[in-house]
Design a protein around this ligand. Structure first.
Ligand SMILES: Cc1cc2nc3c(=O)[nH]c(=O)nc-3n(C[C@H](O)[C@H](O)[C@H](O)COP(=O)(O)OP(=O)(O)OC[C@H]3O[C@@H](n4cnc5c(N)ncnc54)[C@H](O)[C@@H]3O)c2cc1C
Length: 376
């Protein structure tokens, strides 16, 4: 059987790559690449084999996301964001209904999107909206600020307060499905980067069975969502950084061929960039090593939380350093829009990294955590 990595490599090369400029130009969902991902069973990659999935490891899916980002960052982010939801359900969906749903993800090749952020709350804050229950049924209304591929998903994981009386931190995640899920677009997605994620704002109206509610979002976030998100988004960012580096390397090779026997100045700049690139690679690998095994469900220590948040900060900062450095190496041919060396899409996509959960917010959280850690 073909490995998850080699399937992703093929999709990246043959489908996502050729479509990527059009996806970016038209801010359209990368439907052909996501269809190929779906048909290859990759949406169920993290579902254990005994529940009908591929039983892939985080290393496998991290590699898949990374190679997709070599050609189309939007496609890579779709697989990353979907897989973060799947990992959370695999680890925390303990009821019979949830186990059955996890197997349906693999069997029916379902695509999962997230509606965590809320209009007026900002990223990373607790949702204000609340679930209303009546016996075994729930209702939910939310003004979701940014829902990547919400229009295209088979299931939306919506964050909300447990009840209208609940305190802000008492949150649940509700799995919502059409036709009992209605989305009304309330905001466009006309951004300068990651245009293919189609992350519009939506008014969400949903109802269904209370079986669809995953309790205790705080535990899910701390134990699984945040570490896996940092690993998989970090893998997408690594892939973007590698594609920038590769373009710069090609330019340096061309310059070296013109001045045989001499090391061009640009080669020195490339040697500087490789230090940062290698640090990004090491960081993804060590995060998978430290946080990847999906077995030990326990809240992280303060030290572990700081470590994990630091991964997000360092990866997103390193990515910006690499794309700007690579663009400088590529010079005017990288600055042009009509050149094979163009860095335009890569830079624009990369600039989403510090704002996908704002680095300022993470810095503050780290500062607060560090106050309670002696000898970090
Ligand atoms: C490509 C992309 C896809 C996304 N997809 C989804 C999705 O599918 N689902 C979803 O729920 N969300 C999604 N998001 C939203 C994301 O998770 C964040 O919620 C969002 O980017 C944060 O938006 P914000 O800048 O308005 O909010 P905030 O993070 O609140 O930031 C607002 C402002 O406050 C500043 N700020 C905040 N805290 C601090 C601090 N402590 N110190 C200094 N400054 C601070 C920031 O600099 C910023 O200017 C996506 C975002 C992007 C870019």
């Amino acid at each position: 059987m073909q490995s998850v990595s080699s399937i992703a490599e093929e999709i990246s090369r043959d489908i996502a790559g050729p479509a990527a400029d059009g996806v970016d130009r038209d801010a359209r969902f990368p439907i052909e690449a996501v269809t190929a991902i779906r048909e290859a069973g990759l949406l169920g990659a993290l579902v254990p084999k005994d529940l009908g999935g591929l039983g892939a490891s985080l290393t496998d899916i991290s590699h898949a996301v990374r190679v997709l980002a070599h050609s189309c960052a939007s496609t890579a982010m779709v697989l990353a964001m979907h897989s973060i939801e799947v990992a959370s359900l695999v680890r925390h969906g303990e009821t019979e209904w949830m186990r059955d749903f996890v197997s349906r993800i693999a069997r029916d090749r379902l695509l999962l999107a997230n509606a965590g952020s809320e209009v007026g709350v900002g990223g990373g804050g607790w949702s204000i909206c609340a679930v209303e229950t009546n016996g075994e049924q729930f209702r939910l209304e939310k003004e979701a600020a940014t829902v990547s591929f919400g229009r295209y998903a088979d299931c939306l994981v919506v964050a909300a307060r447990r009840t209208p009386e609940s305190v802000p931190g008492d949150q649940v995640a509700v799995l919502c499905f059409p036709p009992a899920l209605e989305l009304r677009e309330i905001g466009p997605w006309d951004t300068f980067g990651l245009r293919g994620t189609c992350s519009n704002a939506f008014h969400i109206s949903a109802s269904g069975s209370t079986d669809q509610i995953l309790p205790d979002t705080a535990a899910v976030q701390a134990c699984t969502y945040v570490p896996v998100a940092n690993i998989l988004r970090g893998s997408a960012w690594l892939g973007i950084a590698e594609s920038a580096f590769l373009r710069a390397q090609k330019v340096v090779s061309r310059q070296a061929r013109k001045q045989i026997g001499e090391t061009p100045d640009s080669a020195l700049a490339l040697a500087d960039l490789v230090v940062t690139l290698q640090a990004m690679r090491d960081s993804v690998q060590s995060s998978i090593h430290d946080f990847g095994p999906l077995v030990d469900v326990r809240p992280p220590t303060r030290r572990e939380s700081v470590r994990m948040d630091t991964v997000k900060l360092s990866q997103s900062q390193a990515l910006i350093e690499i794309v700007i450095g690579a663009a400088t190496i590529c010079g005017i041919s990288g600055y042009r829009l009509d050149s094979p060396d163009s860095m335009s899409r890569i830079i624009r996509d990369a600039l989403s990294a510090p704002i996908m959960v704002n680095n300022g917010r993470i810095r503050r959280s780290n500062a607060e955590l560090l106050l309670g850690v002696r000898n970090y």
